[in-house]
Design a protein. Sequence first.
Length: 247
Amino acid sequence: MEDRINPVVKLIALVLGAVMVFLIDSVLMLISFVLLLVLLKIFYEVKGRFGRGITFLVIAIFLAQIIFVPEGEVLLDLRLFKVTLGAVENGILISGRFFSLITMSWIFVGTTEPRNLSSALSNLGVPYRYSFLLIIAMRFAPIFQFELSNVQQAQKIRGLKIDKNVRGLIRSVRYTTMPLLYSAMSKVNTLASSMEGRGFGMYDKKTFLHPIKFTLWDSLLTLSVFLFCILVYWIDRSLGSFLPILS
């Protein structure tokens, strides 16, 4: 679901949010921010799902911190390794940061029309050749996902059986990489020929049917995002001083 917020404002919010999650040291604050992002994702009806791949990576990052980075007070003493308070905190922080980045990216892509982003950046003085790169990236990501699904379905029809383990994952990557690469290169060549035929890059400036300008409201909204990030950072430091167990 697209909103009426200037795409540049959302891009700035994405960058500031990405920086902020790496500055947060409080487990409580990071969990609160993750819940806020989940609510925003539900509100905007973003189609990205927390599928098995994302869930597996989040759990793997959390477990890796517990197993390989033990520090602090011991909470549970297992024979193979010890679960410590510091390891649990680090696991929540690192996996939460990864999850936050993925969710913020989903929200940005799901609520931003690529052509509007290109128009907004061009009106700010960014050369349209560079702003068009963002359009290509945002347009081709779901296309490649669809192509990957087609390749996997074609392999199943041809009798390729993939086990649900690490070995099966390696086989799946091995047999899907080359067909997906050929498909991607074919689409890239088609797009390049189409752009060349339409004279892309011939002129220094490009006009848009619906130009999006950066207004005073957008400036105030950007300032609000910046102040929100400062407020979150200040609260995070306050929690660190008053709640040492959760910091």
